[in-house]
Design a protein around this ligand. Structure first.
Ligand SMILES: O=C[C@H](O)[C@H](O)[C@H](O)COP(=O)(O)O
Length: 236
């Protein structure tokens, strides 16, 4: 029995792929996380001849594996700097389509691939649909940092107001998680974030920060799978 949440993810992902991945598209950016699993499943239901003419750009070891396991052609943003559309999940989305991403520690490559796309589409379940960032996602803003600077950045984040900022520790490994890019990750709660662009700028300027899991003014549209099986589509 698929859970309501998984059904919601699938509904959002399928509709977004159907409406935004066009037959004329040749380079598709693919995000990371559990909702993207349904994005790739829907892509695999397309005409194989169409997929054979298409390159898919992953954003993590996980999404690369999904694409390779599906037999799809994988490329990187170095070879394909102009992407037709990127579809990705989110940890939370506000009323202006600003998003918190990085719950799976993949936001650096995700942001590069999202920015390289002509269109960036978010897919998520109903738990991610908020008015203000921080309402439902209370784990904090994910901040990728170079390992040797983590304690210095943590201190600066606390001075910025994130008193509970913390180094994200691994579960099945002693010590902190290490991102696909070889860096550490700090989760920095700021409560309700009414001005995500300012918080993004303040954090990004801290020496030692690689990338911040705030995607501001990037998404053109967001698809939210609802508990009743419907899909809510939000644009700015
Ligand atoms: O780092 C991970 C990515 O930003 C994901 O897209 C985000 O965490 C949402 O993941 P999920 O679709 O599993 O909720």
């Amino acid at each position: 029995m698929t859970s309501l949440i998984e059904q919601a993810k699938q509904k959002a992902a399928y509709q977004a792929v159907d409406e935004h991945v066009l037959p004329s598209h040749r380079v598709i950016g693919v995000g990371s996380g559990s909702t993207v699993v349904h994005v790739v499943a829907r892509l695999l239901q397309r005409d194989p001849e169409l997929n054979a003419k298409t390159v898919f750009v992953p954003t993590s070891f996980q999404s690369r594996g999904l694409l390779l396991d599906g037999g799809l052609t994988v490329g990187d943003v170095e070879q394909y700097p102009n992407i037709d559309v990127t579809i990705d999940g989110a940890d939370e989305v506000d009323s202006q389509l600003n998003a918190i991403k990085g719950g799976g520690a993949a936001h650096l490559q995700e942001k590069v691939v999202a920015e390289a796309a002509r269109k960036f589409v978010i897919v998520a379940d109903y738990r991610k649909d908020s008015k203000v960032l921080g309402e439902q996602w209370t784990q904090g803003v994910p901040v990728e940092v170079v390992p040797f600077a983590w304690r210095a950045v943590l201190k600066k984040l606390q001075e910025l107001g994130s008193k509970d900022a913390n180094l994200r520790m691994a579960v099945k490994k002693a010590g902190p998680i290490v991102t696909d890019n070889g860096n550490f990750l700090i989760d920095a709660p700021f409560g309700l974030i009414h001005d995500p662009a300012k918080v993004l700028k303040d954090i990004k300027l801290l020496t030692g920060v690689v990338e911040v899991g705030l995607f501001c003014n990037m998404a053109e549209v967001a698809y939210f799978g609802c508990e009743d099986g419907s899909v809510t589509i939000r644009t700015k």
